[in-house]
Design a protein. Structure first.
Lengths: 327, 327
DNA sequence: CTGAAAGCGCTTACAG
DNA sequence: CTGAAAGCGCTTACAG
């Protein structure tokens, strides 16, 4: 493995000088610069990131802890995180917690071992007093602010309202909301509040079907969907708090020979790529993932610079109309 | 940040001794061990992985370069890689190439900078002479062996045969195969060969619809599906070389009021989680992802130990029958 | 503009 | 069984 020493020898300069040239720090003569660049090229040199991080005061590593990367929301989110952070010179370490609190503790320790610059944590267990990050800043996405963790969320309440208003505008009279419920209050719960408020204000029949956490984990909502629809016979509009639910709902209704959007109109949430994989395509509420990820980067940097960070940052959502809610 | 020095001070031992105790290397007295453990606990110490990797001859890092992590095949694969490698003490660095050769070159350089133990590369551009990994072992998954890169693949030919035989056994007389086509020969091309062979041997009408790469990239096969089905009017069995295709095919056929499996039977490939998200559920060919990932770990370790590694490792597949091909 | 030295936090022979 | 020293590959003041 070629090291900075080899470059120093080759170019006839001291190691420190080479380092300064490579990092463009301080005064540099053109001649030396050229020599170093030539040597680097000739020896095909790549600096050792671990050595760099070790000697610098802070690393370029970002720990990303998510429950899974198979759910389309998370695969999209992680994908966006990876590319935006890389573009800014950070390196992400993606870690999968499977929603298990002990795993999460382990992974946070792993982040600490890596001396990460920051941690993005998407967790249900975020309240835990056991999460000790020793001064490493933590940002959560779509989780509430707690324990000093900065929280980046979309306007879930508004999302719920938009979806519901849309269904009403499309003529629905009997609404159902299918939502998940975890161990703690989640920002996504606000979607249901938005649903309830709009339905109430518009005097529309409405009910809520709660799916326990295991449905979310298995990404298999069939039973809860069946349950909800046998209980509520004359539903004509359903707001699913995730596209994955909406997808499976459409599959279920197709099986039951119930027509979407004719008999029942549907709105999903997240606007993930699967929205286009069903017949009909799924109308959905879009989170501005790109902006949310960008905000997380800015917050980490602000924190690093000792600036104040908003504890909770809320981003507007929009409705993307497709076939599943058409007239 | 607490360091090994703090542990040494606290426990009244030398830094080297503490290191030996932490790594369980060489003779250790119970008394000293206890002292160190107590100090570690008291100071909430976590060793600095970068320092460890720097002083060791090899790192515990594995670079994982994939075209994307949104496609269900890759999200499943990456998820499996992350969890199996972590269990073995490795840390994966997931990198997304977006199928771009320049990105891939950059990412390989990034791997080199990280002094990774090995690279898992899922690339279309694997033939490139420009991939210089400087002695770092590379394993490809579902790509052919080339340039000394170890190749782990499933038995695609067998998969194609299984799928086709199944369709024929289910009574199909006019078969279509929808497949992707990249810049280079891919193991997945063997699926089509298996299709052709079985169809020929059984004297069944058959044709192949090739989807160019851009369809794969966009995960949007609608046009090619439409094209294939307007060209071939009396198809009654379709082998899709990915579940994503099958998913969208089912959506398309539903739109066209063509019944699956009554009018057309369908078999997908990869057996990803989306197979259960459509009506009907998708019959699919299952790759033994877990075993393939396991094999990659073993190969890296074997390489490290100077052992010989099979250049190409082929894993058997199986057909998972669901509704889309039912009688 | 450049070099020498100290330091980042570990590990690893080598003595004892 | 343990300590002291050298080294991993960088960066960063500090002189000059």
């Amino acid at each position: 493995m070629v090291t900075i020493k080899d470059i120093a020898n080759k170019s006839g300069l001291a190691v420190g000088t080479v380092s300064r040239i490579m990092n463009n720090r301080g005064y540099i003569s053109e001649k030396s610069k050229k020599k170093v660049e030539d040597a680097m090229k000739e020896l095909n040199y790549q600096p050792n990131l671990m050595a760099q991080n070790l000697s610098k005061t802070s690393s370029n590593l970002i720990g990303v802890i998510v429950p899974n990367i198979e759910h389309p929301y998370f695969s999209t989110l992680v994908s966006e995180i990876e590319s935006q952070y890389r573009a800014k010179g950070f390196q992400t370490i993606v870690m999968i917690s499977y929603e298990d609190e002990n795993n999460e503790k382990e992974l946070i320790i792993e982040c600490r071992k890596n001396r990460v610059f920051g941690i993005i944590l998407c967790s249900e267990n975020i309240f835990s007093e056991n999460f000790e990050t020793n001064g490493i800043p933590v940002i959560s996405i779509e989780r509430f602010h707690v324990n000093g963790i900065t929280s980046i969320i979309c306007d879930n309440f508004q999302g719920g309202k938009l979806a519901t208003l849309h269904l009403i505008n499309q003529g629905c009279k009997n609404l159902l909301c299918i939502c998940g419920k975890g161990k703690i209050d989640m920002p996504a719960d606000e979607r249901v509040k938005g649903f309830n408020e709009v339905a109430l204000n518009n005097n529309v029949n409405h009910s809520v079907q709660i799916a326990t956490y295991k449905f979310y984990q298995s990404m298999d909502y069939e039973k809860i969907i069946k349950n909800a629809l046998t209980k509520n016979k004359d539903i004509d509009g359903i707001f699913c708090t995730s596209d994955v639910q909406a997808m499976q709902l459409i599959s279920y209704l197709s099986r039951e020979k119930i027509l979407v959007p004719k008999d029942i109109k549907i709105v999903g949430y997240d606007d993930t790529f699967v929205c286009k994989w069903s017949n009909p395509n799924i109308t959905s509420i879009k989170q501005p993932i790109k902006k949310m990820v960008k905000a997380s980067i800015e917050s980490f940097i602000a924190f690093k610079n000792g600036e104040n960070i908003d504890q909770t940052q809320v981003f507007p959502v929009e409705l993307v109309a497709r076939e599943s809610s058409a007239l």
